[in-house]
Design a binder for this molecule. Structure first.
Ligand code: ZN
Length: 251
């Protein structure tokens, strides 16, 4: 069924976007900390800054306030070196109460060698100003909480480690997951290998990390079909190489 033509009753849209009945519920929903996976970091003036992307903040505003939100541009002040934009978040809350919250954002004008502007400072400043206004409503307030920030550093490190481990256990042949398991030595004895051992073992042998299937394929391709058939094959696959590949998993 094509999108946007027919909306069946009780569609996903209606069930997944919560409806807030009171201003208090809306205020609480605005303040809910974002998932740690949304946190971005950048270094500025030697200090590490944590922040959220502009669209993450705007999505929160829209999710909670919906049609009650109007984003209006206020004053715009441009100098030779930067642009400053004021944004107003005009809100009609669940109760019908109306408020207006403003924020200023600024962005430097970046010029290329030819003297032409190479960035969009108006857009950057506008995005910044929405963040500032939203922060006055408690959106992303957690980033200003010292206790939260302490825990955040630890959690970000954990996420980084998880991502690194996942990358390490991704086969460079088929992009599949590298798994551990029971392997057989040339003499028939069985032994167990962890996924990490398979990854580091194949990297050691082949220069890349491979899953068992890919490693087996490479070993098979390297092995002579008929040892006497071709001198070229013999050159590539000397007995020494076969001996090594047979126990590629034996670390
Ligand atoms: Zn693979």
């Amino acid at each position: 069924m094509p999108h946007g033509i027919h909306q069946p009753s009780g569609s996903a849209m209606q069930t997944t976007i919560p409806v807030y009945h009171t201003d208090t519920e809306q205020v609480a929903a605005l303040r809910v900390p974002f998932p740690v996976s949304e946190v971005k970091t950048r270094t500025q003036g030697g200090a590490e800054l944590s922040y959220y992307e502009g669209y993450t903040i705007q999505q929160r505003l829209l999710d909670v306030l919906g049609t009650g939100l109007s984003i209006k541009t206020g004053q715009v002040i441009a100098t030779e070196s930067n642009v400053n934009v004021e944004t107003l978040l005009v809100i009609e809350w669940a109760s019908g109460r109306k408020t207006s919250t403003s924020g200023w954002g600024s962005a430097d004008i970046l010029l290329g060698k030819s003297g032409k502007m190479v960035n969009d400072p108006y857009k950057s400043a506008a995005t910044d100003s929405i963040k500032v206004a939203a922060s006055k409503l408690g959106v992303a307030a957690e980033l200003y909480d010292s206790k939260y920030r302490e825990g955040l550093a630890v959690r970000l490190k954990e996420l980084e480690d998880q991502a690194a481990e996942k990358a390490f256990l991704t086969c460079q042949g088929c992009d599949g997951e590298i798994k551990g398991g029971i392997r057989k030595k040339a003499d028939g004895t069985e032994f167990e290998l962890t996924a990490k051992q398979v990854a580091s073992g194949t990297r050691q042998k082949f220069g890349k990390r491979y899953c068992k299937d890919c490693a087996d394929k490479i070993v098979k391709q390297a092995a002579p079909q008929d040892p006497a058939s071709s001198s070229a094959v013999k050159l590539v696959v000397s007995p020494k190489v076969i001996g090594e590949t047979e126990d590629i998993y034996n670390l």
